[in-house]
Design a binder for this molecule. Structure first.
Ligand code: SF4
Length: 460
């Protein structure tokens, strides 16, 4: 018997994982309908449609919001059952104890659709990974129902869903430990067929898409990267040709052949390179002790030599004795290796289930109740004294300027010590956001910026 599944979107970015859930539900001939969880009348809309199940896949940021929507729909429609999946739930399956949560799905949705329908309330189900050839996202239905996402200038696409690293602040190691390395390598690291990505991207072209983020955690990960890119980039240029950017890491850039960087440079104008932090002991805390400054410099120069612009991403607000000095060391390192480039400086977020989260919990490091997992707010997960918190927040909001204009240390120290008004804080974050768009899209992004902001809830 076909059932009716409501899928709830939350937040400013595409909910890519639930798009694949939608595809699987359609494959099993169930009815789906998307609802925008940020709309005030979302529960009215859902009640009118009359779903059997309501599905959520919240990031930690939106977990509370999803619980609120779930509570409201369950109060209105007593027969509805709520299904929660995604990274946050994976890390915290105990969430099944909440009244708002009827069924939890750990891992992918594959193999559990019929179980969702027949299982008793309060079941925790574990999905079975399948080969990427059998995974089909359903994007049309999503974009038609959530126009603000369809109109976003940037869309996501992924060729695989795994990562070769084990950063202590990330869920990757947890997923790998639950499913085992072999399964992880065989399924999470396996790339989707090029034809699938091209077909998917053709849908993006029907909407207002200015750029596409190839969201793979490292586009050069794995031995098949070169062969896959050799097939993918020409197909993308030939059939899609939307501006695209990708993620890389210093390690893979150093090891890549000239040939693969040449191919990459034909498909992307810029990349985002995760560098995280500068000090060896901080890198070790992140389980990235293998990374050295000279490798970062070499990777940056190498990308530039192939005409690929580099955005660098770093993290500050670490649970160390001198977080402000640690943060300034990181900014100064980026000034040394890549002065003038675009840098995004994130406050450290501790996600439940991650190694670093557990370490901080075991060491009784106090957590910041203001942290909403929104990087533009500058509010990270670790609680600091007032003066330190202010400086960390100011660094997250000014690091882009510090690196772009190579601001000298004494100026940086003076600026981060200032008290900021709400208006200044908002403008600084919007300046950073605009800078990221100009970095990738050029000056045209300035004219479109008001429209971009109007399609999102900018939290600063
Ligand atoms: S590189 Fe990114 S995705 Fe990979 S483990 Fe580190 S934080 Fe996670």
């Amino acid at each position: 018997m076909p059932k009716k599944f409501a899928l709830v979107h939350m937040g400013n970015d595409e909910l890519y994982s639930l798009v694949f859930v939608a595809g699987e539900l359609l494959k099993h001939e169930h009815s789906i309908e998307w609802f925008d969880g940020d709309m005030e009348d979302v529960v009215d809309q859902m009640e009118q449609w009359g779903p059997d199940f309501v599905c959520f896949s919240p990031l930690t940021t939106y977990f509370e919001d999803c619980l609120r929507v779930s509570r409201d729909i369950k109060n209105r429609c007593s027969g509805v059952r709520t299904v929660f999946g995604g990274h946050h739930i994976f890390a915290v399956p105990e969430s099944i104890d909440y009244d708002e949560v009827d069924i939890v799905v750990i891992g992918p949705v594959y193999g559990v659709i019929e179980e969702i329908i027949s299982c008793p309330s309060k079941s925790v189900l574990k999905g079975t990974p399948i080969v990427s050839e059998n995974m089909f996202p359903a994007r049309h239905e999503y974009y038609r129902a959530i126009p603000r996402i369809a109109q976003r200038h940037r869309k996501y696409i992924m060729s695989h869903f795994g990562c070769m690293y084990n950063c202590s602040y990330c869920a990757t190691s947890f997923i790998r430990s639950v499913f085992g390395s072999k399964v992880y390598n065989d399924f999470w690291m396996r790339r989707r067929p090029v034809s699938h990505l091209i077909d998917e991207a053709k849908i993006l072209m029907e909407y207002d898409t200015k750029e596409v983020s190839l969201e793979d955690d490292d586009v050069l990960a794995g031995q098949e990267a070169e062969a896959w890119l050799e097939e993918f980039i020409p197909a993308w240029k030939r059939e899609i040709n939307l501006p695209m950017y990708a993620n890389v890491t210093p390690m893979t850039i150093i090891k890549a052949s000239d040939k693969v960087l040449e191919i990459l440079s034909e498909g992307v104008a810029s990349v985002q390179m995760g560098v995280q932090t500068a000090r060896p002991e901080s890198l070790k805390l992140f389980n990235r002790g293998f990374q050295k400054e000279d490798q970062v410099k070499k990777a940056y120069d190498r990308l530039n030599s192939f005409g690929i612009k580099v955005k660098i991403e770093v993290i500050i607000g670490l649970p160390v004795d001198d977080p402000v000095e640690d943060a300034l060391d990181t900014v100064k390192m980026i000034q040394r290796v890549a002065s003038g480039t675009f840098v995004s400086c994130f406050p450290l977020m501790l996600y439940p289930g991650t190694t670093l989260y557990k370490k901080c919990r075991d060491e009784k490091i106090e957590l910041n109740e203001m942290c909403r997992y929104e990087w533009h707010t500058g509010e990270g997960a670790v609680k600091f004294d007032k003066a330190t918190a202010k400086k960390i927040k100011n660094i997250t909001k000014m690091a882009t300027m510090f690196v772009k204009y190579n601001i000298e240390e004494q100026w940086m120290r003076a600026l981060i010590d200032m008290d900021s008004t709400d208006s200044a804080s908002k403008q600084l974050s919007q300046c950073q956001y605009l800078e990221s768009l100009v970095f990738r899209q050029g000056k045209d992004a300035v004219d479109d910026f008001a429209k971009v902001l109007s399609g999102m809830q900018f939290r600063y």
